[in-house]
Ligand binder design. Structure first.
Ligand code: ASP
Length: 426
């Protein structure tokens, strides 16, 4: 079965680190033509890419970046724990990834897109069970992990909250992990303590995915953020190498920005501006690691100045639930990101992102809803992309990645062409 043209083209642009304009130029077609080749098959403007163009893209790739034959087989460049046969791996931190591993994962996420858009179905994980263990509040992460597993044909068992778990009876992480391993084929864990998910993974050979460990990391969020950012950049003609990224809000306890800053360190010459209220700064270990990578890092406590050349502004919620004596008195209206803030401070082609949830109550100091119809705001594309990215992660961990493409069948029902009023871009 041939690889879908959208997967081939996006993979090529990622590997060559080219914008759509540059890539169209390289393969000698018009940008508009390339756009129609990248659209989903079901779109009325979709056009099939001629076979000769496909062969030319493959040739360019071969010449530009020859690869070892098995380089797309494995996402993980180390992995913390292997099972007795050395096969299974856990996903605990973005530090497990190198750039090639990210590309391989995103290529697989592109393969999953028709399933995520509900045009196709697969049963590659039929019979497999996911234990979705959330010992801390969650909506999108828990549901999207569950939906991703179901869309691969598996089933999901959920548990939510600490109070109703056996940990509230004093059970150790080790015991819970070993017990659940007897029930499930993959385990997602969210836990309020940093490092707890790694501890959980040590007690099992069943693949464990970190769904957020306190203020530590949120690797799958960072992966879907990066996947989204790359797609946004490719559309607006920007590259990750050399990008200027601003991270704003609670950078101390915001685990998504911890993972994202580490992951962006895989790209050359990325420049960071970090804007946090006093006392809520990015942990120094992460800043030092970026500096060792050669990334320029500027630290600010006042939002606004210095954002004019920023390519992506990523805002994150103040994590009051994690405060240990910090105060938010220094948090003023300047930390609210609304239309007037963006018009006054940011470039017309800035990409605006947020991991959600945002505080949407009137007067809240967070990302405002008045930007919702602004095409620069990518938040719902981020949440939508959680499905293909998490499907790709499961497919890799359970080693069915090579089976997905040929297992796909048409969906029997008709899904809406857009799932929400904000969906106008591809
Ligand atoms: N949903 C994200 C997380 O679990 C961000 C947040 O809660 O603010 O870390």
């Amino acid at each position: 079965m041939t690889t879908p043209q959208q997967v081939v083209l996006r993979d090529a642009m990622r590997r060559l680190d080219m914008t759509r304009d540059a890539f169209a130029d390289r393969i000698g077609c018009r940008r508009r033509t390339l756009d129609t080749w990248l659209l989903p098959d079901e779109s009325s403007e979709f056009r099939a890419m001629p076979e000769i163009a496909r062969r030319f893209v493959q040739e360019i790739l071969e010449r530009a970046a020859p690869r070892s034959p098995d380089s797309t087989q494995s996402v993980y460049n180390d992995g913390l724990t292997a099972d007795a046969g050395g096969a299974m791996r856990h996903l605990l931190s973005v530090e497990q990834f190198d750039r090639e591993g990210v590309e391989a994962l995103f290529r697989l996420a592109d393969v999953m897109q028709p399933i995520a858009r509900r045009r196709k179905v697969t049963r590659v994980l039929e019979g497999a069970v996911l234990a979705n263990l959330f010992f801390e509040a969650s909506t999108r992460t828990r549901v999207s992990f569950g939906a991703a597993f179901c869309r691969l044909g598996g089933s999901v068992c959920d548990t939510t909250g600490f109070t109703f778990s056996s940990m509230a009876k004093g059970e150790s992480i080790h015991d819970t992990s070993r017990v659940i391993s007897g029930y499930a084929d993959a385990i997602v864990v969210r836990h309020p303590e940093q490092g707890a998910v790694t501890q959980f993974a040590r007690a099992t050979y069943v693949p464990v995915v970190n769904g957020g460990d306190g203020p530590g990391e949120h690797p799958t969020q960072a992966l879907l953020d990066l996947y989204t950012l790359q797609r946004e950049f490719s559309r607006v003609g920007k590259q990750l190498d050399g990008a200027h990224i601003a991270l704003m809000g609670d950078l101390k306890y915001g685990r998504t920005v911890h993972s994202l800053m580490k992951l962006l360190g895989l790209y050359k010459g990325v420049r960071f501006t970090l804007i946090a209220p006093p006392g809520l700064d990015m942990p120094s270990a992460i800043v030092e690691q970026a500096a060792r990578n050669g990334n320029a890092v500027e630290v600010r406590s006042v939002p606004g100045p210095g954002l004019a050349n920023v390519d992506m502004l990523y805002a994150t919620r103040i994590q009051k639930e994690r405060f240990t004596g910090e105060s938010i008195e220094s948090l003023d209206n300047r930390f609210r990101i609304d239309r007037s803030f963006v018009e006054a401070n940011c470039a017309p082609d800035v990409v605006l992102m947020h991991p959600l949830p945002r505080d949407s109550t009137p007067g809240a100091i967070d990302l405002s809803t008045d930007l919702d119809r602004d095409p620069r705001l990518a938040i719902f594309r981020q949440t939508d992309n959680g499905i293909p990215v998490r499907m790709a992660i499961f497919a890799q961990l359970l080693k069915v990645d090579q089976l997905v493409q040929k297992s796909m069948r048409d969906a029997t029902w008709t899904a809406p062409s857009q799932v929400g009023p904000e969906d106008t871009l591809e």
